[in-house]
Design a protein around this ligand. Structure first.
Ligand SMILES: [Zn+2]
Length: 463
């Protein structure tokens, strides 16, 4: 009897509960909208965006690394992402002397020609194609808006990390503006002193050489990648910063250099603004001495330098301090260098380092975020080396099994006009299909590199 009584009471209460829910849900939604966040509804669709760029990497570079690492194709986490397309990467014409470059992608001729093309990260960072060598400027030298600025405007944190010098073209292209990508000193100062970037990590440490050995003396030029002696010393004594989050207070940089400091940054409570410059000069591992044509990992890696994966986990741990979300650019910067020099072993080493960073990103989303709020894009700025399986023939590199070098042929020592792969997972992946209107006889649907910031701006609700 008592049980019946309870049942009856519950039956009476249920419709009331439902009515309450119907009333309360829209109310709470209104409260959220009416809070401090006044941006468009679209903004809620994406909290974090992580772009990973493997500099110089084409489809065959990924395939060769898959074969060496695992003995099979498709073995990287991003190769199973739901959006998988190709991207055209040609640059805009401007420099009169640059007459070797063709400023288009023509699927009808690319498969029968090995012409070399050049490209720029600025197109991906701003949505506008420019001339080779420009950073964040259009062909008329007008400043382009970087997508990093769009994230800043939405109250989000931003970071750029790379396995080469921190002021190199790709990280610089997302946060600075300069007519000459080789003006490292000025670019580094823009990044460190003027930009609102919250995390900067990369090589370029003036105190160390390419083998991670301490220099006996440091010349003025050795400070260029970190913005000169004065900037470096100010970073070292913790006295450098600007207002990164727009609250009117100075946000000081927190400099880290040792492998132990990078390792520690991966977990626990960390500062909100970090510049990480590992104890090595021009690259994490690529420029270390030893046989440059040896198979991957035959020449031991420098043990005093963090991997790109460790840097990635540290950067994510800093950026996720911001409850509004963040933008992070992660560059594997030396795949391009290895490919330019046709060094198959070092190319696979560098792409392996990049792949491990991609796995770290995927693990971070699973553990600390979700694929409904974090968009991850893995792509390249251009192909380098015209890598094939057979010299002079466009075909795939050939699998010889795990830990055995695949059969590979280099057909160029420069950037090429090949389409590069793009993989994406997270909110807005369907937008890639919308922009992939190009059709290539071999690769299928492709978008242009300027479409990448369009996708992101659409997600952010930026016009
Ligand atoms: Zn590049």
């Amino acid at each position: 009897m008592k049980e019946d009584g309870v049942m009856k009471k519950t039956k009476k209460i249920m419709p009331l509960l439902l009515l309450l829910l119907i009333l309360v849900i829209p109310l709470s939604a209104c409260v959220n909208k009416g809070g401090t966040n006044t941006a468009s509804v679209n903004e809620k669709a994406v909290k974090n965006v992580i772009i990973m760029i493997s500099d110089g990497c084409g489809a065959n570079h990924i395939l060769a690394t898959d074969y060496f690492s695992n003995g099979q194709a498709g073995s990287q986490v991003y190769e199973a992402f739901p959006a998988r397309y190709y991207v055209s990467t040609y640059s805009a014409g401007k420099i009169e002397t640059d007459d070797d470059a063709r400023y288009t992608y023509d699927p009808a001729t690319i498969w029968s020609s090995f012409d070399e093309l050049k490209a720029s990260a600025t197109a991906m960072a701003s949505g506008t194609k420019t001339y080779n060598g420009a950073i964040g400027l259009d062909p008329n030298q007008k400043e382009l808006r970087n997508i990093a600025a769009d994230f800043e405007e939405h109250g989000k944190s931003t970071g750029v990390i790379t396995s080469v010098e921190l002021s190199h073209a790709t990280p610089a292209g997302f946060v600075t503006h300069h007519p000459d990508r080789r003006a490292y000193l000025e670019i580094a100062n823009q990044m460190i002193r003027e930009s609102a970037t919250d995390v900067i990590m990369g090589a370029g440490n003036p105190r160390y050489n390419d083998d991670g050995e301490q220099r006996s003396s440091i010349g003025d030029d050795d400070y260029a990648f970190v913005g000169g002696r004065e900037t470096w010393e100010a970073l070292g004594n913790g006295s450098l910063g600007n207002d990164a989050d727009g609250d009117g207070d100075i946000d000081q940089w927190h400099l880290i250099q040792t492998k132990a400091e990078f390792t520690a940054l991966q977990t626990g409570t960390v500062p909100n603004r970090v510049i990480g410059v590992p104890e090595v000069y021009s690259s994490l591992q690529y420029n270390r001495s030893g046989d440059v044509n040896a198979d991957p990992f035959v020449v031991p890696l420098l043990e005093t330098v963090p991997s790109l994966a460790v840097m990635t986990r540290g950067a994510l741990n800093v950026l996720d301090n911001d409850p509004d979300g963040f933008f992070l650019l992660i560059e594997g910067g030396a795949i391009d260098w290895a490919a330019s020099n046709n060094q198959s072993g070092r190319m696979i080493e560098e792409e392996t380092d990049f792949n491990q960073a991609a796995a770290a990103v995927s693990d971070w989303v699973d553990a600390n975020s979700s694929w409904s709020e974090t968009l991850v894009i893995v792509t390249s700025d251009h192909e380098t080396g015209y890598l094939t399986g057979t010299p002079g023939v466009y075909d795939e590199v050939i699998n010889n099994g795990q830990s055995i070098m695949p059969t590979m042929a280099w057909n160029s020592d420069s950037h090429t006009n090949q389409l590069v792969p793009i993989f994406a997972k997270g909110p807005g992946v369907d937008l890639f299909e919308k922009y992939a209107v190009g059709s290539d006889p071999v690769r299928g649907a492709y978008l242009d590199n300027t479409d990448i910031p369009k996708v992101i701006r659409e997600l952010l609700g930026v016009k």
